[in-house]
Design a protein around this ligand. Structure first.
Ligand SMILES: Nc1ncnc2c1ncn2[C@@H]1O[C@H](COP(=O)(O)OP(=O)(O)OP(=O)(O)O)[C@@H](O)[C@H]1O
Ligand SMILES: Cc1cn([C@H]2C[C@H](O)[C@@H](COP(=O)(O)O)O2)c(=O)[nH]c1=O
Length: 706
């Protein structure tokens, strides 16, 4: 990463600024104590300083973000660094508590403008695919400079103590030296940034006049509230920080409950940071190309679950080990979330988004740090006696930590659901193969459309449900595209002709490849463009039919076909697959004129034919041998001199396998499927489908009017 000269400069600048920030925190806290004589006066002054440092984020955060998006980012960083240099120099020169508080407020306010300008600039300096690595390095320096700052501060204090007795300049000057050192880091940072020529003003698309300042603030808020990915990220980040805040606020009390003292507290605290650093440094590398949107939700949830265990575990050693895991999950989530914000938020909105996130995080932390100990006090210390010697802890610390963990689990799951772009792809197998270094299927670009597939055997009522759904959706004013799973494009139609030509005698692999080509055309020429326009796409059959039919003929392996299908469709999976499930005895081909309705009489919904006569199916299936062919080589074709009954039994068995195939696919991914009993009345089925589709439309795009 550091071989990219522009990023190297930025990284140096960031390291200097972070070092300066930590030094500033240490030095101002020490100075504020020096400026007061009494113990309580020192305590109040330190408290005021911390409040003063947090205040700007609460009041000015959104303004700062809008500024960062409107001004030249390089100049913003240079000017804010120079201002911070001046402010830090002025603190020891003026030397009063009042000025220290005012200057601290101003430094924080200026930092608020600097930070989103910096965060929004990184994507201009490194290629998108290396953003995660860049952020890992930056975050490691941001936190890694803390111990360095502490070491320098201690060194300066030692120098001033040693030389203070002989050289008057050094008397009581450790804080002053630290503040000057701090000021110098900002000046250095300004010089480094000055040399970065690739950063300018945020790029705004040519969509009319730029909104006013206030309008641009609300534009940022609206974006965070409305964009599913960013909303999920922000909620996840806040939940993660709430959990972390609980650990920080209650760590010492927790250790005490488990019989530990200050040194155990030190170990516990260190364990969080070891995990955090490890997670940030190794997590993204270890997980290779695993979906970042998924990784974020998985890690926030993982941190929450581990925190829940930490809350109830009665052993300090195990707790310390688990806390490393909490930190690691949090570290991966933090780098991932940060990178996603940089990569997925457009340049024009990035500064405001980062500023809003930073403000919200501070409010979140402030609330948790204030509320968590108060809650602990309110709950008090109890134990619930179960039986014998067994007593369960029910003290405030356990309850609040448990609550923090559960909250993190809830927001992690929420974030996962909001952000997941790979609905339908199982989580654990994909995570497992990423850990083994396998490349996942490509992640699809986000779209605001909705993709619905209707699957089922012949005569199951697919066309009927597709049409009912189409007319209902079209009435809401949305663009609806109805298509068919095979032969929907010009090339697809030719392929289908070949596929359905019994005289072609296709090898099963050839058949699979031709079917894959048909699906590739369909996805890239029809479905994807429609989804990109925001349309609702309804397809009568999709990949499931192909898999179910071809596997039922036992000509190919289902897992191999699934890999081919995923490649051909570039892993485009429907948001919803409606499976019209019809007993094999009733799944009869329309070519014969023997439809389920024929069997059922005129009555809608009277399809359930437990007593359906397999002999009818046998005759029907025998009848269709020779009527067009079907891929999958339906049994019976070329049956030689087998009896009609034998052929019928085979056909029925084949259709049962088709039905089982569909049902198996649905069972594997229950969240994506709506399996409907297709023997029910069509309007009842439609109402059920409509209710689910309405929910999906709401989650994906503008709500339906009807
Ligand atoms: N729920 C239902 N109850 C009774 N009859 C139905 C129901 N749904 C559809 N039908 C009727 O069943 C017949 C087949 O329905 P439809 O054409 O919708 O099925 P399909 O699955 O699209 O068939 P194909 O496999 O031939 O494309 C039609 O005559 C239709 O009117
Ligand atoms: C798509 C597809 C279909 N079949 C079978 C299923 C039916 O028996 C016929 C006609 O299908 P249609 O698409 O509903 O017209 O073909 C198949 O065996 N393999 C497939 O991929």
């Amino acid at each position: 990463m550091l071989r990219i000269p522009e990023f190297r400069r930025m990284w140096i600048q960031l390291s200097l600024s972070s070092l300066g920030d930590w030094m500033g925190l240490l030095a101002t806290t020490a100075l504020v104590a020096q400026l007061q004589n009494s113990f309580s006066g020192q305590a109040y002054a330190i408290g005021s300083l911390l409040i003063v440092r947090l205040m700007p984020a609460l009041i000015l955060g959104p303004l700062a973000g809008a500024l960062a998006d409107r001004l030249d980012r390089r100049m913003t960083m240079v000017v804010t660094d120079v201002i911070r240099f001046g402010l830090f120099v002025s603190i020891p020169l003026i030397g009063t508590l009042e000025w220290l508080l005012i200057a601290s407020f101003l430094v924080e306010a200026v930092t608020l403008v600097w930070a989103p300008a910096k965060d929004a600039s990184v994507p201009h300096l490194v290629p998108r695919e290396r953003l995660a690595a860049a952020n890992t390095l930056s975050l490691i320096m941001t936190y890694g400079t803390a111990p360095l700052a502490a070491a320098i501060f201690t060194l300066l204090a030692t120098i001033s103590r040693t030389l203070g007795s002989s050289v008057s300049f050094f008397r009581d000057s450790s804080v002053d030296l630290a503040l000057y050192f701090n000021a110098a880091t900002f000046l250095g940072s300004a010089i480094v940034i000055w040399g970065l020529k690739n950063i300018g003003r945020a790029a705004r698309p040519d969509t009319g006049p730029e909104p006013g300042f206030l309008a641009s603030i609300t534009e940022g808020w609206r974006f965070v509230g409305q964009d599913r990915l960013v909303r999920g990220l922000v909620v996840g980040i806040l939940g993660g920080f709430a959990g972390a805040g609980c650990v920080i606020a209650l760590g010492r009390l927790y250790v005490g409950i488990l019989g530990g003292g200050d040194s155990a507290y030190g170990i516990l605290f260190g364990a969080v940071f070891v995990g955090l650093a490890g997670g940030m440094a190794a997590g993204p590398k270890l997980l290779g190309d695993y979906s970042r949107t998924r990784l974020f939700g998985v890690c926030v949830t993982g941190a929450g679950i581990t925190l829940v265990i930490v809350a109830i575990i009665p052993n300090l050693v195990i707790a310390c080990i688990l806390v490393v895991a909490v930190g690691a999950f949090a570290g991966v989530a933090w780098v991932t979330g940060y990178t996603l914000l940089q990569a997925e938020v457009s340049d024009e909105l990035r500064g405001r988004t980062f500023a809003l996130v930073q403000s919200l995080v501070r409010v979140d932390l402030l609330l948790v740090l204030a509320v968590a100990p108060a809650l602990v006090g309110l709950i008090g210390s109890h134990g619930i006696h179960l039986w014998g010697d067994i007593t369960v802890r029910a003290d405030g610390v356990t309850v609040v930590l448990l609550g923090g963990g559960l909250l993190a689990v809830a927001v992690g799951l929420f974030a996962y659901r909001q952000m997941d772009e790979r609905v339908g792809v199982a989580v654990w197998p994909e995570l497992w193969s990423a850990l083994r270094g396998r490349k996942p299927a490509p992640t699809r670009p986000r779209h605001s459309g909705l993709f619905v597939a209707v699957e089922g055997a012949e005569g199951a009522g697919r066309s009927t449900q597709v049409e009912l759904l189409r007319s209902w959706l079209a009435a809401s004013g949305r663009e609806v595209v109805v298509t068919s799973g095979s032969g929907a494009t010009a090339t697809g139609a030719r392929l289908r002709e070949l596929l359905f030509d019994p005289s072609a005698h296709l090898h099963p692999r050839t058949e699979a490849l031709l079917a894959a080509a048909d699906r590739a055309e369909h996805v890239s020429r029809v479905i994807e463009p429609a989804l990109a326009r925001g349309a609702i796409v309804i397809t009568d059959r999709y990949v499931d039919s192909w898999v179910a039919f071809q596997c039922a003929s036992r000509s190919v392996d289902a897992a191999e076909l699934a890999v081919l299908a995923q490649w051909a469709t570039q892993a485009l999976i429907p948001d919803l697959t409606v499976l019209l499930d019809l007993p094999a005895e009733l799944a009869l081909p329309p070519e014969t004129g023997v439809t389920p309705q024929f069997l059922a009489g005129e009555h809608d919904g009277a399809r359930a034919h437990a007593d359906a006569d397999p002999a009818t199916a046998t005759a029907t299936d025998a009848a269709i041998n020779g009527i067009g062919g079907k891929p999958g080589v339906e049994p019976g074709r070329g049956s030689g001199d087998r009896s009609g009954e034998e052929i019928g039994a085979e056909v029925l068995a084949y259709r049962r396998r088709v039905r089982d195939g569909f049902r198996r696919l649905a069972q594997e991914e229950p969240a994506r499927y709506l399996t409907v009993d297709a023997t029910r009345p069509r309007d009842e089925i439609h109402a059920e489908v409509r209710a689910i589709v309405a929910g999906r439309v709401k989650r994906r795009a503008a709500p339906l009017g009807a």
